[in-house]
Design a protein around this ligand. Structure first.
Ligand SMILES: [Zn+2]
Length: 124
């Protein structure tokens, strides 16, 4: 399953980041997911829950921000957001717009962690 290996690499990246910051646990992971990334959001969420088990991310949530496809239109000389990925045409003038500016990304944006010191403070 494609999404499982992606989920595992997200968890790996987030665990490393948490370790670098001396965090005990990760509460949430923020991810940007482009409409052209080829990843099915629901499948990724499902895989994430599975792959988190036994890691510092167990019980954390994956928060996915879906990124629309932005193309560059030569006719309008501007970046345009596509309403549908079925047709790569400029929404303003209808010109074919094969130049994709964004929408392919799968990007770890942020993690929410609890640091050991914060936990100690909270228990006072
Ligand atoms: Zn246009």
């Amino acid at each position: 399953m494609h999404e499982l290996s992606i989920a595992m690499s997200i968890i790996e990246g987030a665990s490393e980041e948490a370790l670098n910051r001396g965090a005990e646990r990760v509460h949430a992971v923020h991810l940007k997911l482009g409409a052209l990334s080829g990843v099915v959001k629901d499948a990724l969420l499902f895989s994430y829950d599975l792959a988190c088990q036994g890691t510092p991310l167990e019980g954390s949530v994956l928060l996915i921000e879906e990124v629309p496809v932005v193309v560059y239109c030569n006719t309008c000389e501007a970046e345009k957001t596509l309403h549908s990925i079925q047709r790569f045409c400029c929404p303003s003038c209808g010109t074919l717009t094969p130049k994709v500016v964004s929408g392919k990304q799968l990007e770890l944006v942020a993690i929410e962690i609890s640091e050991a010191s914060e936990l100690a403070e909270a228990s006072l």
